[in-house]
Design a protein around this ligand. Structure first.
Ligand code: NAP
Length: 334
C-alpha cells in the first residue's frame, strides 16, 4: 500500500479565490472541511458576488476585481476558478503578482497558452499547477503502484469514459466556443489525464467526434496508441450520463475502477491465477489532496509538483489539441 499523507498535515497557505462560481464553492467547502488551509480573500468581477461568497465562508477580504485580489499582501496562493478561456489571463495576473497559482482543469485552452503560463511561472520562480485533483486521490495512487508492481502483467489496454447529460443553453460555458466549451476540455481531460498518468504520452492519437450546434465537441472518442501494441480507448460526451468507470487489462489480470473513477472511488484487481482483492478509496471531499500538494510544494520552495508536473499538463494539452484538430473544434482567436 502506498503511503498517503494526511492533507491536514500540509503547512497552511493563505488562499485567494479568483472567480467565485460553482467549483469555487466546492474548493472552499472542502479546503475548510478537510485541510488546515486558510481562505483569506475572494475576487469576483462583481463586488456583490465576492461579498456574498465571503460571507458564506467567513472570508475576511472580498474584492470586486481580480487585480485587487492578487495584489492582497495577505494572499499567498491564488486558485483560478474561471471558465477555460479566462484561465490564462487570471493565472498570468496572479503569477505577475508573485503568487503561487493553482488553476482549474484544463490549465488553458491549448498547449501554446499552457507554455506561456509555464514560462511565466518559471521566469518568476513562482509555483504553478493544474488542478487535476484526481491524480492525487488515494485510489489513483494505489492503482499506479499496482501497475508498477506488475500485478496485471504487461498492460494491453486501458478504457475510461466520462459522459454527463449537460443539456444547457448555447450561452453556457460548456457549449460556448468563446469560453472554450466542449466535452473534451471539460470532461475528457479526466480520462486523458488518467491514461497519461498510467501509461504516459501516446505515440499517436486518433479522434472521432460530433459537434454541437455551437461548434464545440458534444461527443468525442479517442484511441491512443503506445509502443508494444498497447492502446487506450477513451470516450467523453455532454449528451449522456455514461458509467464514468475505468479499467486496465494486462497479460495476467485486470484492474476495474468503479464509478466515479476520477473521484474518490474503489477498485478491484482480478488475476488469472485466481486471486483477487479490492481497495476502497472512498473518502469525503477529494480536493483536499491537491490543495495539500500545493501547500507542501510551496513550503519546500518548489515551482512545480512532481506529481502533476508542467510536462504532464503540456502532454495532456497536446493530446487535446491533436484531438480537437481531428474533430474540427477551433476556439475564437486560436
Ligand atoms: N474539478 C472539478 O471537479 C470541476 C468541476 C466543474 C468545473 N471545473 C472547472 O472549474 C472552472 C469553472 O467552472 P464552473 O463550473 O465553476 O464555472 P462557473 O460556475 O461558470 O463559474 C466561473 C466563474 O468565473 C467567473 N468568470 C470570469 N470570467 C467569466 C466569463 N467570461 N464568463 C463567465 N464567468 C466568468 C465568474 O465569476 P465572477 O464573474 O463572479 O468573477 C464565474 O462565476 C472550469 O475550468 C471548469 O473546468 C472543475
Amino acid at each position: 500500500m502506498a503511503a498517503i499523507e494526511d492533507p491536514r498535515d500540509a503547512p497552511p497557505l493563505r488562499w485567494g479565490i479568483l472567480g467565485p462560481g460553482k467549483i469555487a464553492h466546492r474548493f472552499a467547502r472542502e479546503a475548510l472541511a478537510h485541510t488546515n488551509q486558510v481562505i483569506t480573500a475572494v475576487g469576483s468581477r462583481n463586488a456583490a458576488r465576492a461579498g456574498a461568497f465571503a460571507h458564506e465562508y467567513g472570508i475576511d477580504h472580498a474584492y470586486g476585481d481580480y487585480r485587487a485580489l492578487v495584489e492582497d499582501p495577505e494572499v499567498d496562493a491564488v486558485y483560478v476558478a474561471t471558465p477555460h478561456s479566462e484561465h490564462r489571463t487570471g493565472a498570468l495576473l496572479a503569477l505577475e503578482a508573485g503568487k503561487s497559482v493553482l488553476v482549474e482543469k484544463p490549465l488553458t485552452r491549448n498547449a501554446a497558452e499552457a507554455r506561456e503560463l509555464i514560462d511565466a511561472a518559471s521566469d518568476a520562480g513562482v509555483f504553478l499547477m493544474e488542478a487535476m485533483w484526481s491524480r492525487f486521490l488515494p485510489h489513483m495512487i494505489e492503482v499506479k503502484e499496482a501497475l508498477e508492481r506488475g500485478v496485471v502483467g504487461d498492460v494491453v489496454g486501458l478504457w475510461a469514459d466520462h459522459g454527463q447529460m449537460l443539456n444547457f443553453g448555447p450561452e453556457h460555458r460548456l457549449l460556448n466556443p468563446d469560453l472554450a466549451g466542449g466535452a473534451l476540455l471539460d470532461l475528457g481531460v479526466y480520462p486523458i489525464s488518467f491514461a497519461h498518468f498510467m501509461l504516459g504520452k501516446p505515440d499517436k492519437v486518433t479522434a472521432v467526434g460530433q459537434l454541437t450546434e455551437t461548434n464545440v465537441d458534444g461527443h468525442a472518442s479517442l484511441i491512443m496508441s503506445y509502443p508494444e501494441n498497447v492502446q487506450a480507448v477513451l470516450d467523453t460526451t455532454l449528451w449522456a450520463p455514461t458509467p464514468c468507470a475505468a479499467w486496465i487489462a494486462g497479460t495476467e489480470g485486470r484492474i476495474e475502477i468503479a464509478r466515479t473513477f476520477y473521484a474518490p472511488s474503489r477498485f478491484r484487481i482480478t488475476r488469472l491465477d485466481g486471486t483477487s482483492w479490492s481497495y476502497d478509496g472512498r473518502v469525503p471531499g477529494g480536493f483536499q489532496y491537491q490543495i495539500a500538494e500545493v501547500a507542501r510544494c510551496v513550503a519546500q520552495g518548489e515551482v512545480q509538483s512532481d506529481l502533476r508536473s508542467w510536462q504532464d499538463t503540456l502532454d495532456v494539452m497536446e493530446i487535446m489539441d491533436d484531438a480537437r484538430a481531428q474533430i474540427g473544434v477551433v476556439y475564437p482567436g486560436e
